[in-house]
Design a protein around this ligand. Sequence first.
Ligand code: 5AD
Ligand code: SF4
Length: 437
Amino acid sequence: MNSVPKTFRVKSFGCQMNVYDGERMAELLGADGLTAAADGEDADLVVLNTCHIREKAAEKAYSDVGRLRREDGSKPLIALAGCVAQAEGAEARKRSPMIDMVVGPQAYHRLPEMVADAVRGARPVDTEMPAISKFDAFPKRRRANPSSFLTVQEGCDKFCTYCVVPYTRGAEISRPWTDIVNEACELVESGAREIVLLGQNVNAWTEGDRGLAELIRELDRIDGLERIRYTTSHPADMTDSLIEAHGEVEKLMPYLHLPVQSGSNRILKAMNRSHTAETYLAILAKVREARPDIALSGDFIVGFPGETEEDFTATLNLVDEVGYASAYSFKYSPRPGTPAATMEDQIAPELMDERLQRLHDRINTHQTAFNRASIGKETEVLIERRGRYAGQMIGRSPWLQSVHVETDAVPGDVVRVTLAAAGPNSMTGSLITKVAA
Ligand code: 5AD
Ligand code: SF4
């Protein structure tokens, strides 16, 4: 038997969808009578919302569990949630008996029930992927950040040979149109000025004959919503209508995150990506035609099994050709159960380190160049939070650059600035005027 928890903390790792799920779990626990523990306060219930995408992330989950033991030897109730929970199921408790509950991403609606079971001394595990949607069980949105996430699609049917997501998040599922529009309205009423539509393959969202482009055009009509973004997309689902929307929908921000993973067609084939470097570049050319100022972003994996110096050079060349405004790069990490994990010619860690460094440097050069080219532009910044110094606020430009501004504006305000000094990761804006609150 455990005592009934009064306070909770949800800690999310990994992708933005985990951040979104973490917010929804917090709302669910709040509706069940628990209160969020204040910063630094010990919580009675801790939900670790984990990520399984790379090995380090999974290891981190277990060491985080261990660290929850208090000095007097007691511990809070612990729920392991997220993709590590999904992948490990009941095994997780064998690795760490401190874990009281294991809840997979499609079973979050059962969390309050599972907490009650755990209080009675049970050790519930739920990694089912039920037909009923967890979303129906979540309460209405009442608090929103100026920039808020909204999950519209989950799961993945693409089966890239390195990736666990099709196993941890399941098959591609689109949330219904009406539910999404209602949630967007709730978020805007609760203070959101920007909505970031989320999905592992967000541009595969579909209902009947409507796709993400139509959904974006509908959200564009919501009064008080200033900005729309979406992430993460797959090149195979980058339809012409979505590309057109980039040229036509004013609230759709000029930013696109479109992972490519490698510049080598041989590696792309081994990864089971359904594009080549050329077809990927052709999509970006169309996107740039529709929206010439668009900031492009991507993901890369270095050291995929069999990657030669020539393959890696093709990746560097692709980075140069695109001129990314930002990009993320990762060392290949073999994931249990994925085809690539048992491929021959796994790359030595030192070689991966060296390639990752070279790729970072190359991406950084382009990122700095993109930011420098923005100097002197007049633009709008959505203020999101306070900066480190008094009077300094931090927000985002339309191109997703982090912009520091001296202003008395508060989070949620939109200010007009001239972009000034640029670093690789942020810009300074000098205030012209406050536009909207
Ligand atoms: N190893 C390294 N990086 C990976 N990613 C996905 N799976 C792996 C893996 N096994 C990267 C991809 C993806 C991003 C979310 O994480 O680049 O786009
Ligand atoms: Fe991590 Fe992928 Fe799961 Fe997100 S979906 S938490 S990135 S494994």
